[in-house]
Design a protein. Structure first.
Length: 369
């Protein structure tokens, strides 16, 4: 009877080819992926997110710390049982392999349903009416000038510490998370493909460990949680929370998540959020201008107030302390993950946010082709 029960688990192995079939269908048809993203994914992800949101801290973080000892215990007892078994050792070996194999198939299918298909949906620019095209250096410099002026102006509205570095005006990270959720509820009225009804992002207890891997935030599809590193400089936390909430709402491409986070931050009543969003956009735009025209880059940098430049210097000093093999390996893993999900530029695809910023810039200023 026990053998029949174990054999019944074999159907779980079928979830792997099902996941592959859905991924192929999505990659071949963006229309199918978009249909899934706006019909099935919202209610499926909301159900999972509802239960994970019952816990104020990250369920995925707890699971990760529990998973390692559980795997070691499973290996220990499985090996011991196989060694002590006098009868059909092949059966018990197969049983020991089958259980984790079924678990992997379930996790893979869950990834596809709660994340993977969404990589192939229509670009956000298509559904929000932005025209992405090649831009001139003059347009890029105009964008950087505008962002530099906005950042300097907003910086005057936020608090700072004794070193003159921006600090959050919120009492704790959970209040920041609550405001980020509010930002997206407002954005849902403007963009129907960014539905409301999800929980808050989760501050990670082991945030310092995330910094060693150069990770500011991570969306966990298995629990539908937006997990955020809160050890980083305060100015970047609101934008990071909004970035991860974008993934939760079904937009997985990194450059789109950055741009949507920028839009969400701008819609906040909090100067902290507006400053964080503008700084996110400014850094990406300035990096692009640096590569395109160094002289123009120097001109726009000179527009930044001393306060903004102190924040940027503090941010650089923070991340410098984590440079090393762990950060390099983490970047390589992230790069491989992005490429595996057809973001061909890998980590460099974060820079594509500038194209969306420029499209928005042209639209707001009435710049025609």
């Amino acid at each position: 009877m026990k053998r029949l029960v174990h054999l019944k688990r074999l159907w779980l192995l079928l979830l792997a080819p099902l996941g592959v079939a859905l991924t192929i269908a999505a990659s071949c048809s963006s229309g199918f992926a978009e249909w899934y993203a706006v019909t099935i994914y919202p209610w499926l992800s909301r159900i999972v997110n509802f239960f994970s949101s019952l816990l104020p801290i990250s369920l995925a973080e707890i699971a990760l710390f529990c998973l390692i000892p559980l795997i070691l215990l499973y290996l220990f007892f499985s090996i011991r049982r196989i060694v002590r078994q006098k009868g059909d050792r092949w059966y018990f070996l197969g049983k020991a392999i089958l259980s984790p194999l079924c678990a992997v198939c379930v996790l893979y299918a869950s990834f596809v349903l709660l994340c993977g298909i969404n990589y192939h949906r229509y670009p956000f620019s298509q559904v929000c009416g932005l025209t992405v095209q090649d831009s001139t250096v003059e347009e890029l410099q105009g964008l950087c000038t505008e962002l530099a002026q906005q950042a300097s102006s907003l910086r005057e509205q936020v608090a700072e510490d004794e070193n003159g570095v921006m600090v959050s005006s919120f009492p704790d990270a959970f209040q920041v998370a609550r405001e980020s959720q509010s930002c997206y509820d407002k954005l849902a009225d403007r963009y129907p493909t960014l539905p409301a009804g999800y929980g808050q992002p989760k501050p990670v207890m082991a945030s310092r460990l995330m910094s060693y891997g150069n990770i500011t935030g991570i969306y966990i599809p298995f629990t539908c949680e937006a997990n955020v590193n809160i050890d980083v400089p305060d100015y970047s936390i609101p934008a990071t929370m909004c970035h991860e909430l974008t993934h939760l709402r079904g937009y997985m491409r990194e450059e789109e998540a950055n741009f949507i986070a920028y839009l969400a931050c701008l819609g906040s009543d909090s100067p902290d959020f507006r400053y964080s969003g503008v700084m996110l956009a400014l850094i990406h735009a300035q990096n692009a201008l640096y590569d395109a025209d160094r002289d123009a880059w120097r001109e726009t940098v000179s527009l930044l107030s001393d306060d903004v430049q102190r924040d940027l210097a503090a941010d650089g000093a923070y991340w410098d302390q984590f440079e090393g093999p762990v950060a390099q390996i983490s970047n390589q893993v992230n790069d491989s993950y992005l490429k595996a999900n057809e973001q061909e530029d890998g980590v460099k695809s974060y820079g594509r946010m500038v194209d969306l910023l420029l499209a928005d810039y042209r639209q707001r200023h009435g710049i025609l082709d």
